[in-house]
Design a binder for this molecule. Structure first.
Ligand code: ZN
Ligand code: ZN
Length: 45
C-alpha cells in the first residue's frame, strides 16, 4: 500500500501515534508528515 500523499510505501512511514495510522515519511527529501490511505487502492481487491 502506498501513501495517498507522497505515494511512498507504508513501510517508509514511521510508526504513528495511533495504532491505525503511520507517522511521518522517513524517506530523505520527503515532506510527508502523515500516512494517508489511498482511496484508489481500496478498489483494487
Ligand atoms: Zn506519505
Ligand atoms: Zn514519502
Amino acid at each position: 500500500m502506498n501513501c495517498g500523499r507522497c505515494h511512498h510505501s507504508d513501510e517508509a512511514h514511521e510508526e504513528g501515534p495511533s495504532m491505525t495510522g503511520s507517522g511521518r515519511c522517513s524517506l530523505p527529501g520527503c515532506t510527508c508528515r502523515v500516512f494517508e490511505e489511498p482511496f484508489a487502492a481500496l478498489d483494487e481487491m
